[in-house]
Write a protein that binds this ligand. Structure first.
Ligand SMILES: O=C(O)C(=O)C[C@]1(C(=O)O)C=C[C@@H](O)C=C1
Length: 87
């Protein structure tokens, strides 16, 4: 039997991780909608310059929040790879 404060903290982590996944689902929906617009306009779906700027921005924002910049970059590279699979 785990102490109550450990299982309570785990429950808080479960809730928070679900909230993170909800945000990822919302982001994926936005990317899907953006790709529909880009296709209609004949724009390239993948935009390497935007990705460079996005990763730099997320690194700076992460550090301001006390999150390691390298962790933010790993996360957002994975998110961008997911966007690429949807092209
Ligand atoms: O910002 C865009 O233009 C997008 O298409 C979105 C997004 C992303 O997932 O953030 C996806 C693909 C692009 O290469 C760059 C960024």
């Amino acid at each position: 039997m785990l102490p109550a404060d450990v299982s309570e903290t785990r429950s808080a982590l479960d809730e928070l991780d679900h909230a993170l996944l909800d945000l990822i689902a919302r982001r994926r929906a936005l990317v899907g909608a953006l790709f529909v617009k880009k296709r209609a306009l004949g724009l390239p779906l993948v935009d390497p310059m935007r990705e460079v700027e996005l990763l730099a921005d997320r690194r700076v924002y992460a550090e301001r929040q006390g999150v390691p910049a390298d962790l933010a970059e790993v996360i957002f590279r994975a998110i961008l790879e997911d966007s690429h699979t949807r092209t």
